[in-house]
Ligand binder design. Structure first.
Ligand code: ADP
Ligand code: MG
Length: 289
């Protein structure tokens, strides 16, 4: 039988917009010492807009956006949506792409008119052994923008800079969690300058940048050597990390993966609800004894 207090508090949880899938994880929430947040779509809105288009070869801005947006029209990543929306505003036409493939946490690739293209992260470009030495690219990175490269064959032909918006609710959530004695951290696949900027803006204790999807769960394991930890994410590239954490919390009207992997789902899409999860768990399970 379900103890009465728990039954009451799960209906209370529903009222707060918390969907509890794993009751034991909900109980563990009272002992949490650290919360690790995913960046894109969790602490930030995940609504990117293109801010700078930087040609690295003899290619026009419209052409850059035409190729990039045509490729990204096949991807569901928030960056993809940002590039497609900005391209549409520029009046750029979307063309047909063959052999489309997503490279998780790194970018995408495909063929247009027999030419092979990629749109990828700075980190992946480095993995491919390609260095870009461009002052303007460094400048936008320093500004805390997300940068992706359009690559033709193996040659980077342009950099596209994008900016996301930090959720106001994130700052409040972090402040409250820290007051409750929890360490707040961020895990992201994005570049370290963006990570640093967001971390400072929000007031995080620690952050991990340029972490590939398959490394995200390992990072959580490392943090677990120090703390009992919750992971909060939207499921885009972070489902294994949600599963690894002592408490996995999915945010966002969310991807199906997140909903299937997480112990607790924040229905309202608000990072402040993490505070309620922990408070409610503490209240519920201290009453029991
Ligand atoms: P986060 O951890 O911030 O949610 P991801 O792990 O989803 O980020 O992605 C990490 C990086 O991989 C992005 O910052 C970007 O550089 C690159 N990337 C992922 N998907 C795409 C895409 N569709 N187009 C271009 N770049 C992408
Ligand atoms: Mg993400």
């Amino acid at each position: 039988a379900i103890p009465l207090v728990v039954a009451v508090s799960t209906s209370l949880a529903a009222k707060y917009g918390l969907l509890i899938r794993d009751r034991q994880a909900f109980e563990r929430a009272k002992d949490l010492q650290a919360v690790v947040f995913d960046k894109t779509g969790t602490l930030t809105k995940g609504e990117f807009g293109v801010t700078d288009i930087i040609p690295l070869a003899d290619i026009e801005e419209n052409k850059i956006m035409e190729i990039a947006a045509s490729l990204e029209a096949n991807s569901e990543h928030p960056i993809a949506e940002g590039i497609v929306n900005s391209a549409k505003k520029m009046g750029v036409e979307i063309t047909n792409v063959e052999d489309f493939r997503a490279i998780p946490g790194r970018g995408i690739e495909g063929t247009i008119n027999n030419a092979k293209y990629k749109v990828v992260s700075p980190g992946y470009l480095k993995e491919l052994g390609v260095e870009v030495d461009n002052e303007e690219v460094e400048k936008v990175k320093q500004q805390g923008k997300t940068v992706v490269f359009l690559v033709e064959g193996s040659k980077p032909v342009a950099a596209i800079a994008l900016a996301d918006i930090i959720r106001e609710e994130s700052k409040e959530a972090i402040k409250k969690l820290r007051e409750m004695g929890l360490r707040c951290m961020m895990l992201t696949g994005d570049n370290r300058f963006v990570a640093k900027w967001v971390a400072e803006e929000i007031g995080l204790d620690e952050y991990f940048a340029e972490v590939l999807p398959h490394e995200k769960a390992d990072k959580i394991k490392e943090v677990q050597e120090r703390y009992t930890v919750a992971m909060v994410g939207d499921g885009v590239n972070d489902a294994p990390a949600l599963a690894q954490a002592d408490v996995g919390i999915a945010i966002g009207a969310g991807t199906d993966v997140a909903v299937e992997t997480a112990d607790i789902i924040l229905v309202k899409n608000d990072p402040r609800d993490v505070v309620d999860v922990i408070k409610l768990s503490r209240k519920t399970y201290s009453k029991m004894f």
